[in-house]
Ligand binder design. Structure first.
Ligand SMILES: [Zn+2]
Length: 320
C-alpha cells in the first residue's frame, strides 16, 4: 500500500538510480602510480628523448659550502621555495636518434640500488617512449657513478644487448684499476665494484676514447672534476646544438648561484668548481641548450649570467 511518504520518496529514488546509471565516471578510478616522464624534442634533424630514472633526496649537508655559509644556503632554499634542507633531485638519461644511430646517454641507478624507492624507472619510461633496448646502437656514459651505470647491467647481463659502450679513457681506467680501488676510502669501495660490474658484460664491445666524435653529429667532451674522466655529450645538427652535460651540477637551487659549492661526491672539489664555471660561461655565452642528469625533469634549459653568478632558465615544453 502506498503511503504519502513513499509517494514523495519514489521520484527521489528513481532520480538517484538514473543518476547512478548515466554517470559511470563517478565510479572510483584506480590510482595510476608514478607519472610517466618522457619528453621528446628536436635538435636540428636529430630527435632527442629526455627520460628520467626517478628522484632521490639529497641534502644541504652534502655541500661543505652550504655548511660554511648556512645563511646563504637558507636564502637560496627560500628563494627556490624549499621548506627545508631536503632536496629532491632527479636522475635523468637521454636518447639521441641521429637518424642513423640510436645513442643512449647514461642509464640511471637501476633496480635494487641503495638510493631509496624513487629510482629504477628508466626501463618503464624507455618502453613508454617506444624505445626498444635492443635497438640502442651506442651507450655513452658521462661517468661511472652508480646513479649513471646502475641500469646498464642490472642482472649481470647487458641491458642494451646490441650497444657498443663508449667511455672516456681516464674514467674507465680510474674505476677499473684495482690499485686505485684498494686505496679509495671504504665508503667509496662499493662505487668501484658497481662500476666494474656494470661495464663487464659489454666486454669487447667497449670503445675507450679521449673525446671527439662518437657517431656523426655526437661528440664527447672532457669535463673533469666530478670524476677524473667526467665527460659531456654534444649533439650537433645543422645550426642547432644540445650539450648533455652529465653532472656539471647536482642541485640547481644552490649551485647556479654558488658555482663554487662542490657536492661531497665531487672527486676533486676545486677542479669540479672550475669546470662548472667554465661550462656555465660557455653555455651562457653561446646561449647553448643544455640537458642535465640532475636538473629538474625534463632537465633541458639554458644558463643566464647574473653578475658573478648564474641562473637556470628551463626551456619551455615544446610539443612537436
Ligand atoms: Zn650523478
Amino acid at each position: 500500500m502506498l503511503s504519502r511518504r513513499s509517494l514523495i520518496a519514489a521520484p527521489v529514488v528513481l532520480a538517484a538510480a538514473s543518476t547512478l546509471r548515466i554517470t559511470p565516471a563517478l565510479a572510483r578510478a584506480p590510482a595510476q602510480g608514478p607519472s610517466p616522464a618522457v619528453y621528446r624534442f628536436q635538435v636540428g634533424t636529430a630527435e632527442v628523448t629526455a627520460l628520467t630514472d626517478g628522484t632521490l633526496d639529497l641534502s644541504t649537508d652534502l655541500f661543505p659550502g652550504a655548511q660554511q655559509d648556512p645563511t646563504t644556503a637558507e636564502r637560496l632554499l627560500a628563494q627556490a621555495g624549499r621548506p627545508d634542507k631536503a632536496l629532491p633531485t632527479f636522475v635523468n638519461a637521454c636518447v639521441v636518434n641521429t637518424g642513423d644511430k640510436l645513442v643512449l646517454v647514461d642509464t640511471g641507478a637501476g633496480p635494487g640500488q641503495d638510493f631509496g624507492p624513487g629510482l629504477g624507472r628508466l626501463p618503464k619510461n624507455l618502453a613508454l617512449a617506444g624505445i626498444d633496448p635492443a635497438a640502442v646502437d651506442v651507450l655513452v656514459l658521462t661517468h661511472l657513478h652508480p646513479d649513471h651505470v646502475g641500469g646498464m647491467a642490472p642482472a649481470q647481463a647487458a641491458a642494451f644487448p646490441n650497444a657498443e659502450l663508449v667511455v672516456a679513457e681516464p674514467e674507465y681506467a680510474f674505476w677499473t684499476d684495482q690499485g686505485v680501488a684498494a686505496q679509495a676510502p671504504k665508503d667509496f669501495q662499493p662505487f668501484f665494484a658497481a662500476a666494474r660490474a656494470a661495464v663487464a658484460p659489454y666486454g669487447n664491445r667497449t670503445r675507450r676514447v679521449r673525446g671527439g666524435e662518437i657517431v656523426p653529429g655526437v661528440t664527447l667532451e672532457p669535463a673533469p672534476g666530478h670524476t677524473p674522466g667526467h665527460s659531456m655529450v654534444r649533439v650537433s645538427s645543422g645550426t642547432d646544438q644540445l650539450l648533455i652535460w652529465g653532472d656539471i651540477i647536482h642541485v640547481a637551487a644552490l649551485q647556479f648561484d654558488k658555482p663554487d659549492w662542490a657536492i661531497a661526491f665531487d672527486a676533486d672539489h676545486a677542479q669540479a668548481a672550475q669546470t662548472r664555471r667554465r661550462v656555465f660561461d660557455m653555455a651562457a655565452a653561446d646561449r647553448l641548450l643544455v640537458a642535465g642528469m640532475h636538473l629538474p625533469f625534463p632537465g633541458v634549459g639554458r644558463v643566464a649570467r647574473r653578475g658573478d653568478a648564474y641562473a637556470y632558465v628551463p626551456e619551455p615544453w615544446r610539443v612537436l
